[in-house]
Design a protein. Structure first.
Length: 100
C-alpha cells in the first residue's frame, strides 16, 4: 500500500470514519487482503500446534516451534528455530505483521 495514500486515508477522513469501510468486509475478504503478502509469526508448543497441523505431532510435545502463517491463516512454514524463519522471510517478498 502506498504510504502517502495510507496517511491521507487516516488524516483526511472525519474522526472515527477512516477505518469504517473495514467493518463491512467479511472475515474471508479481510484475510484475502494480505494473503501472500503478509505473514504472521508465532511460537507454539508442538502439542498445541498438532491440533491444527497434524505433522507437528511428529515433534516432541514440549518442543516450541516457530509458525509462519499467511494473512488468511494458512500455514506457510513450521520451523524449529528463529533463524530458519528469518532466513525464509529474507528470501521472500513478504511483510511481517505481529499478532495481537
Amino acid at each position: 500500500m502506498n504510504k502517502a495514500n495510507e496517511k491521507r486515508a487516516f488524516t483526511d477522513a472525519p474522526l472515527g470514519q477512516a477505518a469504517e469501510p473495514l467493518r463491512i468486509l467479511t472475515p474471508d475478504e479481510f484475510a484475502a487482503l494480505g494473503a501472500g503478502d503478509i505473514v504472521f509469526w508465532r511460537q507454539m508448543r508442538a502439542r498445541d500446534l498438532a491440533r491444527f497441523i497434524p505433522q507437528a505431532g511428529l515433534a516432541p510435545s514440549h518442543q516450541v516451534l516457530e509458525l509462519l502463517m499467511s494473512a488468511d491463516g494458512a500455514p506457510v512454514l513450521i520451523a524449529d528455530s528463529r533463524e530458519a524463519i528469518l532466513d525464509w522471510i529474507e528470501g521472500h517478498e513478504v511483510h511481517l505483521a505481529t499478532l495481537h
